[in-house]
Design a protein around this ligand. Sequence first.
Ligand SMILES: CSCC[C@H](NC(C)=O)C(=O)O
Ligand SMILES: [Zn+2]
Ligand SMILES: [Zn+2]
Length: 409
Amino acid sequence: MAASLPEFPTSVKNFQRYLQIKTVQPTPDYATCGQFLRDMADELGLPHQVYEMAPGKPIVVMTWEGKDPTLPSIGLNSHTDVVPVYEEFWSEDPFAANIVQDDAGEHRIIARGTQDMKIVGMCYLEAIRELRNRGVKQLLRTVHVIFVPDEEIGGADGMQAFTQHDSFKKLNLGLMLDEGLATPDNLYKVYYGEKAPWWARFTAEGNTGHGSKFIPNTAGPKLANVINALLQFRGQEEKRLIAGKDEATGKLIREGDVTTVNLTMLSGGKQHNVVPHALEACFDIRVSPFVDYEKFSAWLAELAHRNDVTLDYELKYTKPNVTFLENNPWWAAMQRVGKRLDIPHDADILTGATDSRWVRCLGIPCLGVSPMRNHPILLHDHDEYVTVNCYLEGIHYYEHLIEELANVG
Ligand SMILES: CSCC[C@H](NC(C)=O)C(=O)O
Ligand SMILES: [Zn+2]
Ligand SMILES: [Zn+2]
């Protein structure tokens, strides 16, 4: 028989309520979500604004005005949408937010979006509640809690559009916090930059004919050359990462220093015995932010040209996407909080792309952190969960972090 569960605090119940709203792509229930967030803002006594860059896709901004509202503000960003599920592979209903005790006695909240990234949005709000409950009426800087739609599908109707809007400029952000990742280690990872997603499509064309003949100049060998070259480059990058050191310079190599390449789609052809007119290969390439984009782009173009293959991009991000940490007062404030709470902080580059890219390219510093240590990385995976203790620690963390950041003079 399952052990009976204890009574959890209201903050946990609020998190469960948020998880139960099916903001799942491709048809997220943004109406219910927007109402839930407006109700939370009212409960917390935070004035709020709702913006729509596209009909039915609310951006909710809650504001805690600072003592000096002329100073650049602190943005606490999270996205409200979540990715689809393979329900048959889940041990619990992914939208019930059930709490289940594991073998170690930890209570797991199991739901889509627990890690990515409803935990973060709810921790921001519950931390502000704690701060106010403990009598903190105002911090030095204004704090904006920002909830955006559609991050999981690229953010065109969410953060990307919002950053072009006057109401975003008026937020006057000096720093934006955004998502990071869980870590299996006993630390928090802070992401100060991201790799650039380049989604490349190579199309080879050639002669057609009977599948039993030696037909010259066909699409297959041309595309094979391109695939082989890219997979060879992939192998070299993987080797550099495994070695952990640059052979020539001796410099340490970490995840953010290498470019990943994956062949993600292959298509073409009509029938087994018809040599195809065209074949297509799609690659998801994540370019290290420390690579010379122009040089790398030229190499890809030359590879295509040399093999008589056309190259086009579904996505090619080339804007700046790094927040440098040297002499960075925000990073210093985060490290102080890490020390105070005895939670080591490790800076890294994120392999995936988040909404931070739309903000960093405006010159606004962004740091990504999701307060989940000693947890497997389960974003976009089956049985995504966080433990109740992890969530409560997250609230405590932001209680300290928001205060520290918003009081940076
Ligand atoms: C470029 S839109 C897709 C965004 C997605 N972000 C994450 C964090 O997984 C990705 O990197 O594939
Ligand atoms: Zn996310
Ligand atoms: Zn995601």
